[in-house]
Design a protein around this ligand. Sequence first.
Ligand code: SF4
Length: 336
Amino acid sequence: MNDFSSKLIKWYLANKRDLPWRNTTNPYHIWVSEIMLQQTQAATVIPYYLRFIETLPSIEDLAKVDLDLLYKLWEGLGYYSRARNLKNAAMTIMEKHQGVLPNTYDDLIKLKGIGRYTAGAILSLAFHLPYSATDGNVIRTLSRYYGIKEDTRLEKTKTIIDGLNQKNISIIDPHNYTQAMIEMGATLCTKSKPKCEICPINEHCYAYLNNKQSELPFTSKLKQKKEIQWITVILRNEAGDYLLQKQETNLLNGLYLYPQFEAESINYVEDIFNELGATLFINEDIGSYTHVFSHLKWDMRVYHATTSSNLDYTVVKPSNFDLYPMATAHKQIKKD
Ligand code: SF4
């Protein structure tokens, strides 16, 4: 074990947070936690993880789960493709691996939703094998520690950092090394105000010694997000709210939304309903809402409306709303 790894692991064992996925050796549970933790903070993930594992305690349960229940368990976490990929991967595991999560990189990487990072995390955390798991936290810590000034948005920079992480991962204790790197990025080597004074590896850290923490990692600016202007209609009558389930798109597939139209004026939407032989009665303009996805921004002008016409929507009684997984973008407008 090199000096870097041994200091890191010693610090981790003395300071680690008690998180539920750290108290299990079940590879399936560790896999689920890793997928949930992508893009989401640990504190937010805890109740979702506990509910998911309780409802779907085995890979077989996940492979068989109904999509509506799966989305319900995921509702609020966002990036629903993660949930779909989990189910698809579970089905493949049932079909090709006798229901057992594989323990080789080559088999893991073939499963839906498992990329280089997740394969490394599963192998090191669940199977104690020395495979690097390089995510944003590791990139931040190592680029500061080694003084890497190249653009971390570039694949070649990520590969260099992944190589350093692979070199450092202890062959004696890969599990605790990966946990320690995760813990470092989450609690000490944070984006702003890293706690360098108490960092176990500060003695040789380039950024700390040269006061460059705020400059590293260097990440070039992203292109502007695409913006879409919607007219969104909370359409209801005495039977309930009108919802539409998104089908066969990468974004929000399977989730329910209120009727919405890419337009700038409610008049345009009224015309569309007229063409369908329906009449829209606008009750109230309830204002503008924004929802930001990773690559996209929705600007929604939202109206309350009623209709007496029969339309091709799912009509949901307020008491049944919990049965319909709803896109977060529209959950916020429903609440207000
Ligand atoms: S000394 Fe500071 S910048 Fe360097 S690795 Fe530790 S927390 Fe990060």
